[in-house]
Design a protein around this ligand. Structure first.
Ligand code: MIG
Length: 761
């Protein structure tokens, strides 16, 4: 390994170009203060994969004794760099790049592997990296980006299904983001092999990275989601409860499932069809024996308020006469081998081929195929096995992956492996958007790359019915959320092994706060639908799912915020107060938005736990104020609910639970209010589907210790009374409207007029 060096530079078109004997570097600045560095061999033109900058900016360059200083015109972004050896300082951190000339056995000789290093500080922490095992802070391990069918993974496995070469780097002095827009296998060593150094590398010839400014993690998360794109607003039903299991065999199983939900009075929006709905595992078919009348079934379920989502695997059965295969073959739309034949392997349908989503003509064909689903009334599509996962490949030694030299359009598989699932998600979303332009597409994917949130929701694959996996789902989803993916969830109850009643009860309560709330389990595992164990567990599951439906106005409002601003729904505790060291590694409790703290029990038999609650909070169940002398409280963790705390000064919107969602204009709306000097809250409402504009209604209030003044600006167009429940308060001594007592405070109803309540003695 040796240092990279440059001997010349020139500036043109808002770009600084460095030239050296072996390499060149192009440095640009976005109008949002994001620096892009594109390093590589001299003649290589590297296009971005998923990063997109709307506007580049001019910047000033000063040359001095120690190299160049680059600064944005508004002086808010700067970095200094040295040409020989090449080094730069950004955010008080020193970075440098080295060449790795090892020619390894896989024949990488044509590529010069560049490695980016930076100096470590003792207090540095890392977040992001998408879906990972481990705790919240990713320091101390090596993380690989290589999408993998990580079935039955253990709590130390890496990599999993997704590839997110994105990091939030922070320490006591600074915070910034690093995104490597490289589709090749990439790797981050975060102070693992050396305590004093971290590194990022790619197996490709270039190193195309972006530095995203802070000053804090929320700003980096927002900036990164702007760079890679934000999620479009999902349909409301997708935020309801979903039920799935690999093992529902036929139409009568599905009917029985629907009947149980409605019979038990447990809310549910969506029933999922796993691979058994297909005819011989052929994507885009329904089994004539087991699902002979799919349209009728879906219509009947629709009348009961259920949507249906079907799985679609990319492995297309290689079978003569199967139209999907025949048309794809005729148009040469399947992935090819290095010697330009169809790549054939085995997966669920036995001999299979795989669409090449890198070919432009593949889209029209993919869209056309999806008519089978839209015509049958299927509401959304679930993309699985798109790492891509295989059982074997013909002509290869046993393998679970494509050969690295398989061909996708102009690319070798090795270069775009990490993008296969991403492209499938993109093609699927486009298909749904084209076929049903009036509806919001819903796609769930297992694999993906940074930016996947534009196309699909993400679930975290085949976890295990264990306490460890329940616990791990929190840091996994928090880091995925920080990586730009707000809509994510883990299989509630666990996929592998058999769930237990206590575990299900705990998990379903945690799942209330997963943006994607789906109970799913594997083939041959015992049932874990809400009613599968005993009356007590059924009642707990029912209460939890009902709570989810009551929570929908909060969730929908947060969903809108995520889509508009990139702020995730699930947020780590350190978002409250980035300076507080004690919050930095908390992984077992989280914020739902900014003002609701969720602190689940994650161990069997657990009767209490500590909760980090800096500032003033109220227990949402009792209305009582949490201890404000300490940042930590002790709370009880009964199996029947989950510890929840609302931040003082906030008003949170709720509705009543229904069997399924209808639209997101809440006829019944109520706010819980945790008093503070200033009280704010809002609710976003729209039709929950389609593209008509919605409305935002606001609560503004104040409390001086004696008098509460409260206004609600209702822009929904509904004329509705709205209840305000003031947590922890007794009946006021005077009030502009009648009040009544509740278990956790008092309720006053807003009917279009200013509210004034006083507790003056
Ligand atoms: O090889 O479709 O992660 O959710 O139930 C297993 C069957 C294939 C893996 C998915 C899982 C799904 C299962 N699939």
């Amino acid at each position: 390994m040796f240092d990279l060096n440059f001997d010349r530079y020139d500036i043109s078109d808002n770009q600084l170009t460095l030239q050296g004997p072996l390499a060149q570097a192009k440095i640009t600045l976005s109008s949002q203060g994001v620096w892009r560095f594109c390093l590589g061999p001299k003649n290589v033109e590297k296009q971005p994969w998923v990063a997109s900058v709307a506007e580049w900016s001019a910047f000033d360059i000063q040359s001095g004794e120690h190299g160049l200083t680059l600064q944005s015109k508004d002086k808010t972004s700067s970095l200094s760099l040295n040409l020989n050896p090449f080094q730069f300082t950004w955010n008080n951190r020193k970075f440098f790049v080295r060449h790795n000339e090892n020619q390894d056995k896989k024949g990488f000789h044509k590529r010069r592997r560049l490695m980016l290093f930076w100096n470590e500080s003792v207090s540095s922490r890392y977040y992001g990296l998408g879906e990972r095992t481990g705790f919240l802070n990713k320091r101390g391990r090596v993380w690989t980006n290589w999408t993998t069918d990580a079935t039955n993974h253990h709590p130390h496995a890496d990599p999993l299904y997704q590839a997110h070469p994105f990091l939030i780097l922070t320490d006591e002095k600074q915070c910034g983001g690093l995104f490597l827009d490289e589709s090749w296998k990439t790797q981050f060593d975060l102070a693992c092999n050396s305590p004093s150094q971290s590194s990022a590398r790619s197996d490709g010839a270039t190193l195309d990275f972006y530095l995203i400014p802070g000053p804090d993690a929320p700003s980096v998360a927002r900036g990164f989601s702007q760079l890679t794109g934000r999620s479009p607003m999902p349909p409301l039903w997708a935020l309801g409860y979903h039920q799935c299991k690999w093992g529902y065999r036929n139409e009568s199983d599905i009917r029985a499932l629907a009947k149980s939900f409605r019979g038990e009075g447990i809310p549910c929006d969506t029933l999922w069809l796993d691979i058994d709905y297909m005819d011989a595992y052929k994507s885009f078919t329904f089994s004539p024996e087991r699902f002979p009348k799919i349209e009728e079934l879906i219509e009947e379920l629709g009348r009961q308020g259920f949507k249906v989502v079907t799985i679609v695997d990319p492995g297309i059965k290689k079978e003569e006469g199967y139209a999907v295969y025949e048309t794809g073959k005729e148009r040469r739309l399947f992935t090819r081998t290095a010697w330009d034949e169809e790549l054939v392997g085995e997966v669920w349908p036995k001999r299979a081929v795989w669409p090449d989503f890198f070919k432009e003509d593949a889209q029209a064909w993919w869209t056309e195929n999806h008519k089978v689903y839209t015509q049958a009334g299927v509401a959304g599509i679930w993309n699985d096995m798109n790492e891509p996962a295989v059982f074997s490949i013909e002509g290869q030694d046993p393998t679970r992956e494509f050969p690295l030299d398989a061909r996708h359009g102009p690319y070798d598989h090795e270069e775009v492996h990490n993008l296969y699932g991403h492209k499938m998600g993109e093609a699927t979303r486009k298909a749904l958007a084209e076929l049903r332009p009036e509806k919001r597409p819903f796609v769930l994917t297992r694999s993906g790359f940074s930016g996947i949130q534009k196309h699909a929701w993400v679930w975290t694959g085949d976890n295990v019915s264990s306490w460890e996996h329940l616990e791990m789902s929190l840091p996994m989803l928090l880091n995925l959320s920080l990586s730009g993916v707000p809509f994510c969830g883990a299989d509630i109850g666990g996929f592998f092994q058999n769930c237990q009643p206590e575990l299900l009860a705990r998990w379903i309560w945690v799942g209330v706060f997963y943006p994607f709330m789906r109970n799913h389990s594997g083939r041959d595992r015992i049932d874990q639908e809400p009613w599968s164990f005993n009356d007590e567990t059924t009642a707990i599951c029912k209460a939890a799912i009902e709570f989810r439906y009551q929570l929908l106005p909060i969730l929908y409002t947060l969903a809108k915020e995520a889509c508009d601003t990139g702020m995730p729904i699930l947020r780590p505790c350190f978002f409250l107060n980035p300076e507080d060291r004690e919050s930095h590694e908390i992984y077992d409790q989280f914020l739902f938005g900014n003002t609701l703290m969720v602190a689940p029990a994650l161990r069997p038999g657990q009767s209490r736990r500590t909760v980090y609650l800096p500032g003033e909070w109220r227990d949402l169940w009792s209305g009582q104020a949490a201890d404000k002398e300490s940042n930590w409280s002790l709370c009880e963790t009964p199996l029947q609910s989950i510890p929840l705390f609302q931040k003082s000064g906030s008003a949170l919107p709720w509705t009543e639970s229904k069997a399924h969602t209808e639209n997101a204009y809440w006829e019944t709306l109520m706010f819980t209010v945790a008093l503070g000097n200033v009280i704010t809250g809002h609710v976003y409402e729209d039709e929950g589907e389609g593209f008509a504009e919605g409305s935002r209604s606001e609560v503004i209030g104040s409390f001086d210790g004696e008098t509460l003044q409260l206004d609600f600006y209702d822009h929904s167009g509904l004329s509705r009374p709205v209840d305000f429940e003031i947590l922890g308060m007794t009946l006021p001594t005077s009030s502009s409207e009648p009040c009544r007592e509740t278990e956790r405070g008092i309720v006053v109803t807003w009917r279009g007029k200013h509210l004034k309540l006083s507790w003056a003695s």
